[in-house]
Design a protein around this ligand. Structure first.
Ligand code: UT7
Length: 327
């Protein structure tokens, strides 16, 4: 007889990151673009970003971050069940970034695929991985966000090129039978609204003739929607778990803009000491931003086993969502 008090959940057992070696400060950006450290700092909280070298592709960085997450969990690559990579900047249209990661890791028994949900890609990936684990299809999933936005930035547009950076973050989720109040992913909530596609997009793709594409954004419009939609997704997560903001140990938000992060934290009534911020060091790394921030706070001991962590993201689509987990 199965024990009714125990549940099969996706439990986070390891995190890993990779950041390109090259750091570009706001002062460095001001040498190429008509901008200043003051403007970037005041409007966004960004102080620097990492830009990838040619060999540092989404697959390369994703594999490095994934390797570190597996090592942190003590899992051999052959034991891995699946790999999901959230990316808008894949090495190729196909095969997926995830199968390149699989080959690099030697994860011979895994299957892999990519998720295209822009900056929400990691949350969407977590949600799919959670369903795969809960259904009993797999025992473990490596969920990675890996991005090289420096390759799609328009350096003639100062309104966007100063905002983004490159990097990768990964988490390993493993199936565990736990008590109801035990560890694991508690819920995910996903949304999209394609009517807002024109406020944040890439104006090209491999499917279009001679148009690899650059990122285009109406920053004010994205900003206008961000705090409202993110607060909605966060409240959905709390309501679904009969929790209040007081129960949340850490908010790990998508790192796009410190003003948006502060706005959501304020609406929730969370003090800044319980919000993880890395946008100053990494800028906006799209799907990589949450796993990079989460891994940083796990590695430095801020986020501890047993704590409740709320994740939220919003990006091109628009897509947005939240995930709630207990470490
Ligand atoms: O991850 C995906 C989600 N994306 C986001 O969450 C981004 C959301 N949006 C934002 O974060 C903000 O809208 C930005 C940071 C992009 C822009 O901040 P803003 O306060 O909305 O500035 P703005 O676009 O209204 O521009 C204000 C001024 C303009 O000058 P005028 O027209 O007032 O003379 C811009 O030309 O700032 C100027 N400006 C700059 N000045 C120096 C724009 N970019 C720059 C720059 N350096 N890099």
């Amino acid at each position: 007889m199965p024990d009714k008090n125990r549940l099969r959940r996706a439990v986070l057992t390891g995190t890993g990151t990779y950041l390109p070696e090259k750091i570009v400060t706001n002062a460095d950006m001001a040498l190429q673009v008509d901008t200043s450290d003051d403007w970037i700092t005041e409007r966004t909280g960004i102080k620097q970003r990492h830009f990838a070298a040619p060999h540092e592709t989404a697959a390369f960085m994703g594999a490095e971050a994934g390797r570190r997450a597996l090592e942190a969990a003590g899992m051999a690559p052959e034991q891995l069940g699946a790999i999901i990579v959230g990316t808008s900047t894949p090495d190729q249209a196909f095969p997926s970034t995830a199968v390149h990661v699989q080959a690099a890791l030697g994860a011979t028994n895994a299957y892999g695929f990519d998720i295209a949900a822009a900056c929400s890609g990691f949350i969407f990936g977590l949600s799919v991985a959670d369903a795969m684990i809960r259904s009993g299809q797999v025992e473990s999933v490596l969920v990675i966000g890996s991005e090289v936005y420096s390759r799609i930035l328009n350096f003639a547009d100062r309104g966007t090129c100063v905002l983004f950076g490159d990097g990768a973050g990964a988490v390993l989720l493993q199936a565990r039978d736990v008590e109801k109040d035990g560890a694991g992913l508690l819920s995910t909530h996903l949304h999209s609204d394609g009517r807002l596609a024109e406020i944040l997009y890439v104006d090209g793709a491999v499917g279009q003739p001679d148009k690899p594409g650059h990122l285009v954004m109406n920053g004010r419009e994205v900003f206008r929607h961000a705090v409202t939609l993110l607060s909605g997704a966060v409240n959905e997560a709390l309501a679904a778990n009969s929790l209040t903001a007081a129960d949340i140990d850490w908010l790990v938000p998508h790192q796009a803009n410190k003003r948006i992060i502060d706005g959501v934290g304020k609406k929730l009534g969370l003090p800044p000491e319980r919000v993880v911020v890395t946008v100053d060091k990494h800028a906006n790394t799209s799907a990589a931003s949450i796993p990079l921030a989460l891994a940083a706070a796990v590695a430095d001991g801020r986020i501890k086993p047993g704590q409740i962590v709320l994740l939220e993201a919003l990006g091109g689509g628009l897509t947005w969502g939240s995930a709630l987990l207990r470490l």
